[in-house]
Design a protein around this ligand. Structure first.
Ligand SMILES: [Mg+2]
Length: 277
């Protein structure tokens, strides 16, 4: 542990998951406010990441600020902002057909990307010509309808690229969950037999690339802290970051089921990380 606490002292950047890591519902988790404050006092970089596609970054910034962690939209990346930043850098001229809500369309447009309108003039129940769609972008969409599904399907059949913000089948809500982007991805995969060409959110390496480039940090000088091994920890380890699991959210230790992958640190809650800072 001693040698590892030296590692923590030397790190320059810390990436935090939100739900189950910094807060649960409307409450900051133990040590969250103090840990972020200490890291900032020490001049280290902090970035917050979320796969949850319901809200724009401003909403997360306001929530964190309300909980005592001052944040601006530029302190936060979501699966939507990562997709936008990545496409703006690698493929800025594609014509994108978005199966998603206004949030994601706005995020893509604000990054200078070409977001197509709906094909309102075409019959939603016929084989349409997906005029010039270079890529289909699937995101969380509570306005999903037959017209959108058919347009995306026809475009994918004609060879459009297949992108998505996040692979989650459901989006957790008070009292349960509602269908998320993963459900639409699964429908289009079943229809076309195709796989995604690009996934932006956890556990995609694209999310870590965007995070590191935004913080100006190398992977080995950074640590990701989250409550899920299969997304937060796996994504961080694959990209070469140090990783810390907190037990305040989705993961509970079970002696019969070893964690895979194994995090570099396991903290009961963030107060245990705070002790090492
Ligand atoms: Mg989480």
């Amino acid at each position: 542990m001693n040698q590892k606490s030296n590692v923590i002292e030397s790190l320059q950047g810390f990436i935090f998951d939100l739900d189950g890591t910094l807060y649960l519902g409307e409450k900051a988790l133990p040590g969250a406010v103090e840990t972020i404050a200490r890291l900032r006092e020490q001049g280290r970089k902090v970035l917050f990441v979320s796969n949850k596609p319901l809200y724009p970054r401003e909403v997360y910034a306001a929530k964190l600020t309300h909980l005592g962690i001052a944040a601006t939209p530029s302190d936060i990346i979501t699966s939507g902002s990562v997709l936008a930043a990545h496409l703006a850098r690698t493929n800025p001229n594609l014509k994108l057909y978005v199966v998603g809500e206004e949030n994601i369309k706005k995020e893509l447009s604000e990054h200078g990307l070409n977001v197509m309108g709906e094909f309102e003039d075409q019959d939603a129940f016929e084989v349409i010509d997906p005029q010039g769609i270079d890529a289909v972008v699937v995101a969380f969409d509570r306005t999903l309808d037959y017209r959108k599904l058919n347009t995306a399907y026809q475009a994918l059949l004609k060879g459009a690229a297949f992108f998505a913000t996040n692979p989650d089948l459901t989006c957790p809500m008070p009292g349960g969950g509602i269908p998320d982007a993963g459900a639409t991805i699964a429908a289009l995969q079943a229809l076309t037999g195709r796989k995604l060409d690009l996934l932006a959110g956890k556990p995609s390496p694209v999310m870590m690339e965007v995070a590191l480039s935004q913080m100006g940090c190398s992977a080995e000088a950074c640590m990701i802290i989250g409550d899920r091994v299969e997304t937060d920890i796996q994504m961080g380890q694959q990209a070469g970051l140090w990783s810390g699991l907190v037990l305040t959210g989705a993961t509970h230790l079970d002696p019969d089921k070893p964690l895979s992958p194994t995090p570099d640190w396991i903290f009961q809650d963030l107060r245990e990380l705070l002790e090492l800072l």
